[in-house]
Design a protein around this ligand. Structure first.
Ligand code: AHR
Length: 324
């Protein structure tokens, strides 16, 4: 079974994946550079494998560069792609700022750049399109869930932020704060970066618990991704508390491990981020190369909420072989 067929049977991902079924014959034989951030999370691993497999199915020669979380490595890789004269460049930008020079160089070389899953603070004419979720909405969906969940009860939230300076960290924080604004019973008591990793999520959660009456003062943890939430769940258990009950857990990504935690009663809600950013990006590139069709500048993927009512074990089973 091909990756596209496998992904297509995962009902929750199906909408986002229909785009790759469109014939994109003109991409066959193209050389495309992909500057990936690294492998900080399960979601990131899935995006990498989906991108490679979609490229393979379309006959694209994908040149992959792992930046190990460093913007300087991404800039170096993009300059390398420009020097090689690739036909297009995909970039998942680790942080928002500092891209203008290198994107201008790509533009001058007439190489279209397509952004995947994160945005940049740079003039929009420097990239062809940006395929990403509405990250403010993701934070709002998570916050709305908590508002409905706690009702009038007092709730002190600890927040595990993503990578400092990245658009998902900035926007998911903003969206969550917007959702809880006006609900005086809910407040963010502590907030710190866990850099989107499981290990850092656990470490920071341990510190939050220590400074909050061994966790008794914490009602919920809001993590900007599932990996940090999984790390936090371990820290909560290590402190002798029950994640999902003593401390509610809400996060973003919808990776298999969060569904396993949800099935065990240890996580309460997640917001789905599809790992298939490449499908819509290649579709946009195909149309652009065919007749100059300018794609939407922002191609927005869905942000669906999942809770224990959504068959977490089934979701785990459906996703576990998809490259996470
Ligand atoms: O940019 C998307 C975010 O990056 C994902 O939510 C997170 O898991 C990843 O590291």
């Amino acid at each position: 079974m091909t990756i596209i067929s496998k992904l297509a049977i995962a009902a929750s991902l199906a909408t986002a994946l229909t785009s790759v079924s469109i014939a994109q014959d003109n991409l066959k034989g193209l050389v495309v550079g992909f500057s990936q951030i690294g492998s900080e999370s399960g979601w990131r691993a899935a995006e990498t494998s989906v991108t490679k497999q979609v490229a393979e199915e379309l006959g694209i020669d994908l040149k992959f560069a792992d930046a190990q979380q460093k913007q300087e490595n991404q800039i170096k890789a993009i300059r390398g792609f420009i020097a090689q004269g690739v036909d297009a460049i995909l970039v998942a930008p680790v942080v928002a700022t500092g891209w203008e020079d290198v994107l201008t160089e790509a533009k001058e070389a007439e190489i279209p750049v397509l952004l995947l899953d994160r945005g940049v603070d740079a003039p929009e004419d420097l990239y062809l399109t940006s395929v990403a979720s509405d990250q403010v909405l993701e934070g709002r969906v998570a916050g709305d869930w908590l508002v409905a969940e706690v009702g009038d009860a007092d709730c002190k939230v600890v927040e595990l932020q993503g990578t400092v300076g990245s658009t998902p960290a900035i926007n998911r924080k903003q969206g969550f704060e917007e959702a809880i604004a006006g609900h005086d019973n809910i407040a963010i008591a502590q907030s710190q970066t866990g850099d989107f990793t499981r290990a850092k999520g656990k470490e920071v959660m341990e510190a939050f618990i220590k400074s909050s009456n061994n966790g008794a003062d914490i009602c919920a943890v809001y993590a900007h991704n599932d990996d940090m939430a999984v790390g936090a769940i371990q820290a909560i258990k290590d402190a002798g508390l029950k994640p999902g009950t003593d401390i509610k857990v809400v996060s973003i990504d919808a990776v298999p491990d969060i569904f396993a935690a949800m099935a065990a009663g240890e996580a309460n809600a997640t917001v789905e981020l599809t790992p298939n950013m490449a499908g819509p990006a290649f579709e946009a590139l195909s149309a652009y190369l065919a007749d100059g069709t300018e794609p939407e500048k922002f191609i927005i993927t869905e942000s669906k909420l999942y809770t224990p009512a959504d068959d977490p074990q089934g979701e785990y089973d459906r996703r576990k072989g998809l490259g996470y």
